[in-house]
Design a protein around this ligand. Sequence first.
Ligand code: AMP
Length: 301
Amino acid sequence: MSILVVGTVAFDSIETPFGVAERILGGSASYFALAASYFAPVRIVGVIGRDFPQEYLDLFTQRSIDLEGLKKERGETFHWRGKYHEDINVRDTLELHLNVLSGFVPQLPESYRDAEYVFLGNIDPAMQIEVLNQIRHMRLVVCDTMDHWIRESSKELRAVLKRIEMLVVNDSEARLLSGQNNIVRAARAILKMGPEVVLIKRGEYGVLQFSDSSIFATPAYPLEEVFDPTGAGDSFAGGFLGQLARSGDHSQRGIRRAIAYGSVVASFTVEDFGVKRLTNVSLSDIEERYQGFAQLTDFHT
Ligand code: AMP
């Protein structure tokens, strides 16, 4: 079962309390695709500029990620600059250059139109709709968004929410989208907007999952050192949807296991800058940490 992702493929410039990195590979689609590639074949829809280096493309092809839908346009690649505080859960966006992403209209290659698992990464909801319109048959669509789109493109985002099965947001985005301060009420209000499942990411505190019939909570995998949290959310989504595609199990039990896989993959991502750790982990490392995670959260055997 292959997975289609649309999102940013970016240059990231990052400062954390542990160091700095200039113009390294980043973007929501990049983290998602690399994370999901441990579980299922992945296809990327996105855009890069002529300045995008071959060595970054090689990182995708080494993981057998299909790049036919990744367009190279004249101009510069999307560039994001962010800085993390001493409290690593807090980050500021210092610069955001859309570059080739502004005005980009996704065009899916014919071979992508039968995608069954779809991840709508954090981009303009109008682009997310464009992608949905071009897919013939979908089994499961998971969507991410951010405060900017909740504020500026509320109508388009509401239209997206009616067409997806699952939404992944962080707690402040859930509050903003719903207008509810209490996180349980916020999730209930979002469920009424369309998705059957809402996943709320709470950084180092883990993930809450809501559906009409259940609530599930997990911690994040506890690490002694977090070097760079960039991409944790997208890696979580990649591990999560990757596992759902691999297992085909969309039951509550299957979703819970997928949440654990997502958390495990995200925990590898944050251990080093950018995609460094995510590209040199192995599936057996992931499985081993998954078993450890199961023991960590087991209080009832
Ligand atoms: P996260 O998983 O939330 O840490 O996502 C981090 C990634 O999002 C970075 O690699 C950035 O390149 C990308 N990013 C930052 N701002 C935006 C934005 N406004 N739209 C799309 N992608 C973004």
